[in-house]
Design a protein around this ligand. Structure first.
Ligand SMILES: O=c1[nH]cnc2c1ncn2[C@@H]1O[C@H](COP(=O)(O)OP(=O)(O)O)[C@@H](O)[C@H]1O
Ligand SMILES: [Ca+2]
Length: 495
């Protein structure tokens, strides 16, 4: 018993003062680390939301984007959390019944109301941007397009979001914002990396946008958009070809084949065995073809398929004009285009069509792509319907695939060598490729012109260093108490 007391007396760790110092030391470390973590942690992960409606020529889609509230100015953080495809056609198709255009948006808007937390509704901006379908309607009948917008605005204002208006995007905006989306999602802008060009194929227009070192805008100012993003200047070439989306291009190709108003045509872009009765007044009801309408034709014609890729390419080439170019070089229709440069992301109908045709892999040589298309176009219609059933767009994929290859090679001057620089894409990191995200980033000033100041250390690194330093200090403190430590003497075992 006395030996035990003697040992206790010698062991300073059992002295109340040592115990108190140790407890205070541990508490100090815990307090220091807690304060450091709490003081410097990112604000609680509250999110902000934004909604963009893409009123395309063929249909309208709604996208919800979300980003951490305190990181408005950081790139790579805005993400698409939801998309909703509006049932029915694009809003321009409601020209004769505008209120139905507004009504058509209701289901997707209700969905957005459910998905965006109620306490964020009033601060969530809602934009509607219309593209080539409304551009064409506006050309054809501007009061009809005003009525459609009026109805759409009325319907959207009924929802609790912060509605920022509905408008037609210019072709330049559509091209440039598609380019911003692709490069923002790829994290190329903030890191100042070489950017990717953007190729967007819609139903009524198509856009090509890329940074060119040889283009300063002087040759063709209309095709030039300048951006300063994260401290880098971008000199963008962009052009939107109205009427060269795949649906209007199909109309123009059909118009080329029916100039004389025949009762039937054998169209090489459709499959053998395909036959349909088409109405001349419906086919020519678009500013893209209205001037070509044949006089004194029967009301309808029989549209039959010939299934020949090479002949299809020939009739498609006829919708491009290569005869005049007042610049050093042109794509087509006398439009300036600098030399192609870098990599390209091709999205929207480029992706849908090439995905259906199993041709999204651009390491397949261009010659093989054409060969595969040739075989596909030669497939009899009965065989295709047997294989796929009556799916939407089935009759048009031969035309659409041939149009894509022709537009890229004859129109934009891609070659067998440069074809692999194109990647067919649908989504990047979960967000759809398209103009909508770029449009919202621009309108909410979410991409700063200058590079934001970044803290020297990320939060996790900061916390680790504070913790290590605190532990180190404590160990040093304990070591400094060494004189008070018990002597290292062999003690007999006490039972
Ligand atoms: O699954 C699909 N397969 C083939 N084409 C599709 C599919 N989904 C959408 N598309 C096409 O993509 C195009 C989208 O164009 P959009 O409606 O955005 O027109 P716009 O951009 O010219 O205004 C339309 O031609 C539409 O038919
Ligand atoms: Ca589009």
């Amino acid at each position: 018993m006395s030996a035990q007391r003697e040992m206790k007396e010698k062991n300073h760790w059992h002295k109340p003062v040592t115990i108190i110092i140790t407890v205070i030391g541990v508490m100090a470390i815990v307090a220091l680390v807690t304060v450091a973590v709490l003081q410097n942690r990112p604000l609680s992960q509250k999110y902000k939301y934004g909604i963009v409606m893409d009123a395309g020529s063929s249909h309208t889609a709604l996208y919800i984007y979300a980003w951490p509230a305190e990181k408005d100015n950081n790139t790579g953080r805005v993400e698409q959390t939801h998309s909703c495809k509006v049932k029915g056609p694009g809003i321009s198709s409601y020209a004769s019944n505008p209120s139905k255009a507004g009504e058509s948006l209701r289901v997707c808007m209700q969905e957005a109301k459910q998905l965006v937390p109620a306490n964020h509704h009033s601060e969530t901006p809602l934009y509607l941007g219309a593209t080539a379908g409304m551009r064409l309607l506006n050309l054809e009948d501007s009061s009809a397009s005003d009525r459609v917008f009026h109805a759409v605005e009325g319907a959207l204002q009924k929802f609790p979001f912060s509605f920022q208006g509905a408008r037609i995007l210019s072709g330049q905006e559509e091209g440039a914002f598609g380019w911003v989306t692709v490069n923002y999602l790829d994290d190329r802008l903030k890191q100042g990396l070489e950017t990717k060009g953007a190729l967007d194929l819609g139903g009524a227009s198509t856009q090509i946008s890329f940074v060119s070192d040889t283009f300063d805008g002087s040759e063709s100012p209309d095709n030039n958009v300048n951006f300063r993003l994260y401290g880098n200047d971008y000199n963008l070439y962009t052009h939107s070809f109205l009427c060269y989306g795949k649906d209007q291009a199909l109309r123009m190709t059909l118009a080329q084949q029916t100039l004389s108003g025949p009762g039937s045509i054998l169209d090489p872009c459709f499959h053998r065995g395909y036959t349909d009765t088409k109405n001349y007044s419906v086919l020519y009801d678009s500013p893209c073809v209205s001037k070509m309408k044949p006089q004194n034709a029967t009301p309808t014609f029989t549209h039959k398929g010939g299934g020949d890729f090479l002949q299809c390419q020939d009739v498609i080439k006829r919708i491009f004009n290569f005869t005049h170019c007042k610049y050093n070089q042109c794509s087509f229709n006398g439009i300036f285009q600098p030399f192609l440069q870098g990599q390209y992301g091709a999205f929207s109908a480029y992706y849908f069509v090439m995905d259906f045709l199993n041709l999204t892999d651009t390491s397949i040589p261009l010659e093989d792509v054409k060969e595969k298309l040739k075989r596909y176009c030669a497939t009899p219609w009965s065989e295709l319907t047997q294989q796929h059933g009556n799916i939407k767009y089935l009759a048009e994929y031969c035309f659409s695939g041939t149009y894509i290859v022709t537009l890229l090679t004859e129109g934009y001057n891609f070659t067998s060598q440069t074809y692999p620089t194109i990647k067919y894409i649908k989504k990047i990191k979960g967000s759809d490729a398209g103009w909508t995200l770029g449009y919202m980033l621009n309108l909410t000033n979410m991409i700063p012109a200058e590079a934001p100041d970044t803290p020297p250390l990320p939060h996790a690194g900061y916390v680790s260093i504070v913790t290590i330093m605190a532990i180190l200090l404590f160990v040093l403190f304990i070591v400094s108490l060494r004189p008070l430590w018990p002597r290292c003497s062999k003690q007999p075992h006490i039972i």
